[in-house]
Design a protein around this ligand. Structure first.
Ligand SMILES: Cc1cc2nc3c(=O)[nH]c(=O)nc-3n(C[C@H](O)[C@H](O)[C@H](O)COP(=O)(O)O)c2cc1C
Length: 364
């Protein structure tokens, strides 16, 4: 199966099947956000109509701290999906990432499905996407072509070794990644975001990524789309019992997004993706240390319907975020980053055992 065919298969599986990480027996989401409580302010003393969500990220101004996370492109049928997503990003002036550009670097005939994003979102913050495993193969020239393809403001380098470990065609030689990331960070014409894709980033790897020169980290934590889950369905279709078994076993593998935000907040801005399902999750992420949040799976079905559906979904998230800010007494994103949050349950247990001071978020 080609890279291009895989991209369309992934997209369709994400709407047809339940590909999310499983909830705990208590019904709590694997992302950890259900363990986080923002402290309610019964006397906010602010005017909700005057809230300011404007955010600066990597030198660009966005109307809200929101990104349409890296998803698609690379198959002719994905062009329309990217057009819809990009139109929504332009209208709401939020950021947008494209999916892995590998297929178009290998076959320029597929560039169209990515280029459409800049055509439809001439003013939006747009970031490109390539896999860490492909950096040496494509070299700096290949990655610059990916930047040019979409007039990228930044380039995301994705890490997806969980998925690679389960796919029979997976790239399982992970040697030399950090050196390749360091080289790209120093040579590429735009800032580099290093992102996971659903298994999260721990403190020591976040330190290594910052040291390599990344401009931002996207934690891509456990709790949203499970790529082991997606691979389980693909394996079932082709009767591959080994990948099916591995996919099931590793469905919930990884560092929960809420934990990963705390682990990765070191020096560079942190993006939270992985199970961001409402504006309340966005508010919690910002209180834990993230600067931006990205949403992927909840936008797939709306994107297949049309522009209005994507805009409506994102508007809802923004309205939820505004309500959460108001009820925490925060007038802007900067104040939200200092909001009081109580960390309970498994998320507290995890962070305590890892040596993080969870009490500091309560900020009495
Ligand atoms: C259909 C689909 C395709 C994706 N393709 C990519 C990709 O090509 N590159 C990448 O870095 N992440 C990709 N992702 C991962 C997302 O960017 C995000 O990190 C992850 O899905 C967690 O967010 P979610 O729980 O909101 O889906 C994809 C996600 C979805 C749902």
């Amino acid at each position: 199966m080609t890279t291009s065919d895989r991209k369309i298969e992934h997209l369709l599986l994400c709407v047809e099947k339940d590909v999310e990480a499983h909830k705990t027996n208590q019904g709590l989401r694997a992302s950890g956000f259900d363990d986080i409580y923002l402290v309610h302010n019964c006397l906010p003393e602010i005017d909700k109509k005057a809230l300011d969500l404007e955010t600066e990220f990597l030198g660009r101004k966005l109307r809200a701290p929101l990104l349409i996370a890296s998803m698609t492109g690379g198959h002719p049928d994905t062009k329309a999906v990217n057009a819809v997503l990009a139109g929504a990003a332009e209208e709401l002036r939020v950021g947008i990432g494209v999916g892995s550009q590998r297929a178009a670097i290998e076959d320029p005939g597929l560039e169209d499905s990515f280029r459409i994003v800049r055509d439809r979102a001439p003013n939006a913050f747009i970031y490109g996407n390539v896999g860490a495993a492909q950096l040496n193969e494509f070299g700096i020239e290949g990655i610059e072509r990916a930047v040019e393809m979409i007039g990228a403001d930044a380039m995301a380098i994705h890490l997806n070794f969980l998925q690679e470990a389960i796919q029979p065609e997976g790239n399982i030689d992970a040697k030399g990644c950090i050196a390749a990331i360091k080289k790209i960070c120093s040579e590429l014409s735009v800032p580099v975001i290093v992102k996971e894709t659903g298994a999260g980033i721990s403190h020591s790897q976040a330190v290594a990524i910052c040291d390599a020169g990344a401009a931002a980290i996207d934690v891509g934590g456990l709790g949203g789309t499970s790529w082991a889950g997606v691979e389980t369905y693909r394996a079932q279709k082709r009767g591959d019992m080994l990948s099916y078994h591995l996919g099931n076993q590793f469905w919930n593998w990884g560092i929960p997004t809420a934990v990963s935000i705390v682990e990765s907040s070191i020096t560079v801005p942190v993006i939270a993706t992985g199970g961001i399902r409402s504006g309340i999750d966005v508010a919690k992420s910002l209180a834990l240390g993230a600067s931006m949040c990205g949403v992927a799976l909840p936008l797939v079905a709306p994107a297949l319907k049309g522009n209005k559906d994507v805009v409506d979904k994102l508007r809802l998230v923004i309205e939820e975020l505004k309500a959460a800010m108001f009820l925490c007494g925060c007038t802007n994103v900067e104040e939200l980053s200092k909001a009081q949050a109580v960390i309970t349950g498994k998320t507290k247990e995890y962070l305590d055992q890892r040596g993080f001071d969870t009490a500091r978020f309560a900020r009495k």
